[in-house]
Design a protein around this ligand. Structure first.
Ligand code: PGA
Length: 251
């Protein structure tokens, strides 16, 4: 059975105090979440250290929103996968559409980041997804296939099995306009088939594929009910503990 994951991407939100408050609230309310669901909090770098301390001894995991493509050295402003791993985080988001758009991250660079993550025992959550014009011109399968193949196909089978994929149509992120559960299912099944062609069915069947983009308590149940949707990467709604927990309880 595939791991089911509900991860909260806080983006550039929350001071340390706000993040700690939110974490405490999530931990408190997480008793209502089925044990089979892995909850992951993904705060800004500045809060990770304290938040991993708060989650110690609980089932809640912590991740980072990005990591450097290099091991270490003269890269002012960058944070390495080793550093992230050293403070107890276990996940890292790689290739979020906001990083692709505002920081020019491309598929090949994201492959190098994924390698860094894996070499430091971090689980990469690799984000892919098409823009609105690519959806409207029916290029979405082509776009996502390119993102998946260019960033993942050089991994070994063993490495691929460690990766979590998040399908996040860019037109659905922060817009309030989520993909329909059918659109999500179609793309998730396509991604799984793409992985199966390269790495085999066993690998493809074992990896978790999350949906992201305006996921909220009112739509999570329908989206999570689809067979190839293994959870969600939640932005806005993850900043409200009740909403994040309600989404996690939607399985
Ligand atoms: P959203 O963001 O839930 O606010 O649409 C999702 C994401 O960017 O991961």
């Amino acid at each position: 059975m595939r791991k089911r994951i509900v991860a909260g991407n806080w983006k550039m939100n929350t001071t340390l105090a706000e993040g700690m408050e939110l974490t405490k609230s999530v931990i408190e309310k997480s008793i209502t979440v089925p044990k089979t669901i892995e909850l992951v909090l993904i705060p800004p770098f500045t809060s990770i250290n304290e938040i991993t301390k708060l989650t110690k001894g609980t089932a809640v995991k912590v991740g980072a929103q990005n990591c450097a493509e290099w091991v270490k050295g003269a890269y002012t402003g960058e944070v390495s996968a080793t550093m992230i791993s050293s403070i107890g985080a276990t996940y890292v988001v790689i290739g979020h559409s906001e990083r692709r758009e505002f920081f020019n991250e491309d598929n090949k660079m994201l492959y190098r980041k994924i390698k860094q993550a894996l070499e430091n025992r971090l689980i990469p959550i690799y984000c892919c997804g098409e823009k609105l014009n690519e959806r409207e011109s029916n290029k979405y399968f082509e776009v996502v296939e390119k993102q998946v193949s260019e960033s993942l196909f050089e991994l070994t089978k063993e490495q691929m099995m460690q990766v979590v994929i998040a399908y996040e149509p860019v037109w659905a992120i922060g817009t309030g306009k989520n993909a329909t559960s059918q659109q999500a299912q179609d793309m998730h099944a396509f991604i799984r088939t793409t992985i199966a062609k390269k790495f085999g069915k066993e690998v493809a069947d074992s990896i978790s594929i999350l949906y992201g983009g305006s996921c909220k308590p009112s739509n999570a149940e329908e989206i999570f009910a689809r067979p190839d949707v293994d959870g969600g990467l939640i932005g806005g709604a993850s900043l409200v503990a009740d909403d994040f927990i309600a989404i996690a309880c939607s399985f």
